[in-house]
Design a protein around this ligand. Sequence first.
Ligand code: DAH
Length: 345
Amino acid sequence: MHNFDLFQIEKSLEQEIKSINSLKELESLRVKYLGRKGIINQLTSKLALLPLEERRLQGQRINLLKEKLISIFSSKEDQLKLSSEIKLVPVEVGLPGIIQSLGKIHPLNKVIEEICDVFLRMGFSIAEGPEIETEYNNFTGLNIDLEHPSRDVFDTFYIEDQNLKFKNQNLLLRSHTSPVQIRVMKERKPPLAVIVPGKVYRPDAIDASHSFMFHQIEGFLVDKDVKFSDLKGTLYLFAKEIFGKDIKMRFRPHFFPFTEPSAEVDISCIICKGKGCYVCKRKGWLEILGAGMIHPQVFRNVGYNPIHLSGFAFGMGIERIAMLKYGIDDIRLFFENDLRFLEQF
Ligand code: DAH
């Protein structure tokens, strides 16, 4: 028996153990090398034939080899146990991968971003306010008197729990973004040019053009000597950016308690270019927002002096603008999370 043979035994175990993948296979390999009739025991049984001196020497070498083999087996056993815990998922590299579809910006948020971008370029900044508002900010501060129909419970969601009040004020879900005018003006000094995107709530029955929750963008500017023509110029530029250069615009006299004078603003129908069609109900015009010069009482309510200051304000519904811009005929599509709809934008 040569050193070489013992070395070969170690080498062949190292080779064989590489292809072992389970504890069961490992056990039969162990029997082959270390079992009762295994390779090591066969060697040991041959020792008896050797002269005493050599028997001792070979005996020691076989024992050394045996220890080595035991340690090879035990580290392989550890390795198998560990990888069975990790449970590697087999990867079939020949198959195409699973394509993760990319998310997209919701069409309403896209329109909000686009509109904000137009006003940011004109020097406006963005402000936000809470969706739960005080009755004061939503109505009283905006010069909306106690008899105004919009205060009715049929037109505004009030928070009925009388324990939920803010500084003795009733709370409600804001019915428009205009209360942020009050918040910003109370906190900051003019000159101001601010736009306010956000969600608003009204107890309307849901149909193709109504939803209990929708989005508005409010805008207002306060400075010395702000004129109605500044309002017209600002809104005209906005409409051209959003609906195209050829758009026409008109201001119809209207009433809002928080502006004086007030107007509803129309653009020429983007479908029929003013000729008259089913979208504009044959009028050739589409109403897109309300606007006006900020009422002196609103200035007084926030501690501004209306003698020295003037300003304009406007407010628009985002869903309506998005529906006109993309030719969408049902507001519910925005809120149903149907990917067949959403993926088109
Ligand atoms: N807050 C009004 C509404 O929800 C929209 C509006 C009209 C806002 C005129 C304004 C404005 O700032 O000046 O119907």
